[in-house]
Design a protein around this ligand. Sequence first.
Ligand code: DX5
Ligand code: ZN
Length: 216
Amino acid sequence: MKKLIAPSLLSADFANLQKDVEMVNNSQADWIHFDVMDGSFVPNISFGLPVLKAVKKYATKPIDVHLMIVNPEKYLEAFQEAGANSISVHIEACPHLHRNIQQIKKLNCLAGVAVNPHTPVSQLEDIIEDLDFVNLMTVNPGFGGQSLIENSYKKIKQLREMADKRGKDLLIEVDGGVTLENYQKLFEAGVNIFVAGNTVFGAPDPIATIAEMKKH
Ligand code: DX5
Ligand code: ZN
């Protein structure tokens, strides 16, 4: 099964982003995860378009933009222009999710839906066929360094079954609390994309940590 590692820049050194982006370039990571928070959809503010543009100048890997914002449809084009290769929007923030997914695809980005811990994966029944990936939040969005919510394993398995039943080659991303202790169990449950902030950037040797997650 496909396995991608996506270090989250939320845990990088913001005063030295170029250095951390170059570390990711030189590692076995597959994507760079870029968390946008608006202080409204989530109780925190991170970074946005100008920072993405700056990161894009140095990044040699695809940038996965996770929009934790209200009205994400207003900014899809701007994020693509700033450098996004994949974009996930929250199901909880999108009354017109189907339209928004088509908008992301039209921009030639991979289209994903992010799902908060309390949102059942059954809510994806009528959109799953249109998605490239689902970003299953394994913590409540807004902050790095939290612990993975145990109920997530059940959701991953349900979602994988839902995709398999349709013969759909869906990428499942997990975001939040991914560690060297749990990534294997997550992989076995059906995860493809491993977002890791604290585990990578808090490690004494981030490159070796990424290699370890990639290995088995
Ligand atoms: C949380 C963000 C995550 C965050 C994960 O709202 O969406 O991408 O960076 O951080 P860790 O891996 O430290 O839990
Ligand atoms: Zn994220």
